[in-house]
Design a protein around this ligand. Sequence first.
Ligand SMILES: Nc1ncnc2c1ncn2[C@@H]1O[C@H](COP(=O)(O)OP(=O)(O)O)[C@@H](O)[C@H]1O
Ligand SMILES: N[C@@H](CC(=O)OP(=O)(O)O)C(=O)O
Length: 593
Amino acid sequence: MALVVQKFGGTSVGNLERIYAIAKRIAIKHREGLDLVIVVSAMGDTTDELINMAYQIHPNPPSREIDMLLSTGEQVSIALLAIALDRLGIAAISMTGTQVGILTEATHGQARILKIQTERILKHLEQDQVVIVAGFQGTTQSSNGFPEITTLGRGGSDTSAVAIAAALNADACEIYTDVIGILTTDPRAVETAQLIKTISCDEMLELASLGAAVLHPRAVEIARNYGVLLSVRSSWTLSPGTSLVGGYAKHMNNEGLEIGKSVDSAKLIENQAIVRICHLPDIVGITATLFEGLASANVSIDLIAQVNNFNGTVTISFTLADQQLEKACSICRRILNSLKAKDATVIGEGEVSKLSISGVGITSRYGTLARLFEVLAKNNINLRAIATSEVKVSCLIQNKEASKALKAVLHAFELSNCQLYESSSLDDINGSKVKGVALDINQVQISILNVPNHSIVLATICRGLADAFIPIGSMVQLEYRIRSSSLYSRDIILTLYQDDRIKARGILTELLSPWPGVRLEEGSTISRVSAVGVGIRNTPGVAAKMFRSLSIAGINIQMIATSEIRTSCMVDESDGLDALQAVHSCFELGQIT
Ligand SMILES: Nc1ncnc2c1ncn2[C@@H]1O[C@H](COP(=O)(O)OP(=O)(O)O)[C@@H](O)[C@H]1O
Ligand SMILES: N[C@@H](CC(=O)OP(=O)(O)O)C(=O)O
């Protein structure tokens, strides 16, 4: 008999009528002969309400007690669902994370799953019972050997469900929610959002980490790592929803279900080039004009970084294949001439290579970025540009340093040579275009200016933030040649969550004190709008189209950070929603296909 894990989120079990309606759906599937493990979240806004209560009593409640408190939310809904199934004549049993044996790290509030004991679940399934498991919670052993309740972090029931499916080697894992599946964007923000029928795990990881709250990135990571057949569907209709594709059926490792390696391959592309444009006037639409000009001349751009300096000028850098460098520089110069941007300078540099590491949760797993930059710094590798995302980090380095850098990275991340791929030009697939767009609010731009030209600063910054569990949203590096000198000055620009601003300021100020020339500047709160799709890099003009749509909407782009399958633009906080709508519409994502 097929074994299916189904997860119902907080909105789907928001009141007794909904719980009963879900019980009826489950009863039908059980009678059809499926073995069912059901994971549920707490009813409606219960978790928020519980957190609120704790903070009314104490400004800094103990994390153990918060986990104890929050875990009660799911305990209510599992019991009610079991009662509803009993009423319908279906044998069911509810179980907490501790009763199942969902073993996690010994940390409260954000624990990762190490192992799921399947014996008890399997025993009840054999007895033809529906097994109902509390999502979002696990158990660990305290230092004195007693079991303690842990929670997995907000939105953690998706993670519970996919992890249980992986541990049971289930035939499918279905996430039921209040929308018909994964849509081209949040339908609460854009009414015309359309269903995406299939999406790759990598695309969904990017979307989820960029603000698409419909699926938790950790759940996607587990599905990708263990080849779980995952879909997202509506709790109220029978439509098939969205299927995720592109997972790998890896074996569970001994380190722990959620703890495996974050980096699974490295790749080097030689003969790349970088173009740097400095002192560009900060005029709405200027970036769009530049990239439209390049696209119409068939210049294929890879990575783009742009930052609005706080002095009214813009700095842009982009990478491309070496053989297109001269053409790109002359197009840029021509456009800048026609725009009468007299102060702007265009500098091209060839003979660089792009070294990338790929995996899952690269930016959300604290420490992976730091490890990469530490290794490169230790080997004295000079970084000319960087691009970060959830599934890939790329660094531009000089050709002559490329093989040394690659060797060091393979060694540091314990990758074998067969994971290395070399190519000399623009490569591979013709994927589809933009799959979806997402909006992430409450971000802040932190600029670290005038960084001396060595990678150790980058490594120090990333390690300091990782040790303080501060996630980095986007990160770019821009370089300028210092006037009348052959030396470069470097700026590193990060986006972080607004809530982490004060903590990050303290840490960065202290970390940067050995380099007295380095300046820290903070911008105002910004929103990040991102377009995601595997076809982005092979479709010239995608970025230009996005930049133009923002300029037509009168929205100034404050920062651009791209990776291979995503383009993110940071805009003023108040422009976020308009920016999302403009980008969604420019890629015609609201049209029924
Ligand atoms: N790309 C997207 N596709 C679908 N829903 C999205 C997307 N981005 C954000 N959402 C939002 O995610 C919500 C579902 O997530 P959530 O509220 O956590 O559900 P649940 O309570 O079922 O866990 C939807 O109601 C929708 O507003
Ligand atoms: N109840 C928890 C866990 C969860 O996953 O909820 P939901 O499925 O409603 O996002 C929370 O609110 O964070």
